[in-house]
Design a protein around this ligand. Sequence first.
Ligand SMILES: Nc1ncnc2c1ncn2[C@@H]1O[C@H](COP(=O)(O)OP(=O)(O)OP(=O)(O)O)[C@@H](O)[C@H]1O
Ligand SMILES: [Mg+2]
Length: 337
Amino acid sequence: MAEHDPVIIAEDLRKVFRVFDRRPGFFGALRDAVDRRYRELVAVDTISLRIHAGECVGYIGPNGAGKSTTIKMLTGILRPSAGTVCVNGFDPQRQRSEYVRTVGAVFGQRTQLWWDLAVSESLELLRRLYRVSMHDFHARMERFDAVLGLSDFLATPVRKLSLGQRMKADLAASLLHNPPVVFLDEPTVGVDVVTKSHLRDFLKSLNQEFRTTFLLTTHDMQDIEHICSRVIVIDHGSIMHDGDIESLKLRYGGRKRLLLRCSRPVRIEDVPQLPWPDMEWQQDSDIELRLIFPADSVTTGALLERLVGALPIADVAIEEPSIERVVQALEHSRPVA
Ligand SMILES: Nc1ncnc2c1ncn2[C@@H]1O[C@H](COP(=O)(O)OP(=O)(O)OP(=O)(O)O)[C@@H](O)[C@H]1O
Ligand SMILES: [Mg+2]
């Protein structure tokens, strides 16, 4: 693998599940018992990805879009129905034992640790599996403890951990061997706000220090905004967008909101005519107005210049388009307001 080759390459990747198609009702169930019907469910529909060393990529989309299925194929847990995967120069299915030493993975929905072992025992086992020296192990554990507060539950069996504690243990386990590529499938589920923020800083610091590559799925858009420089949006198994966050917001959510609070009651009819297209006014209360406008055709400064003299403005606030709204819009396939 040459130095500038992508570390994650997927070509025309596809996963089709054969699922049991239940007939409705009691008689349907009876018929199902003698004659099962199956149908094909296309979870990932021919996608291609190229991710370079040091990139932090957010992989987002609505429930059932195909995110986890993609990550399972990239980590070698699922065999693709078609297409090829190459990560760190390995085929995750055929070169499994060499491959797993070079990646880390967290699946928020399900632990990778041994259910009955204490966290410390699980980590010690992984240390041996990954052949991490005692010196590196202690140094890394110290760092994990500072960020994740691991020492509070190191002696607890994994099955007795709370969701948030389990997630922290899983994260430590996935990063123990300092892998160059890390897959995180909803790594912040159940993690409290303070730890989440530490965690984001921690992942960023690993990225800066070791050029660790992250592919991250999450429904917490703050994770994406804090960690990722690139976002891939998937819906119904197909990639809808691949680019930086700003271009995503412009493409799907390129409308800003300007909130105006006035010192006395105003009505929409009092507002001066504005010389730009697609200006939409809403009345929030008798002293509050909201203007929704396309971010690419006019600046907030130019707008305010027009409005300040004409309205008794006491306070203004600007809302940027949020990725939540972008994803919502994608689900409904319409431009966002
Ligand atoms: N093992 C399986 N057998 C059959 N269908 C599956 C299987 N795993 C996933 N699916 C289906 O494939 C589709 C994609 O699922 P996937 O778990 O990849 O979605 P996701 O984007 O990770 O969603 P979420 O945000 O809810 O985690 C869904 O319709 C799901 O029901
Ligand atoms: Mg998922």
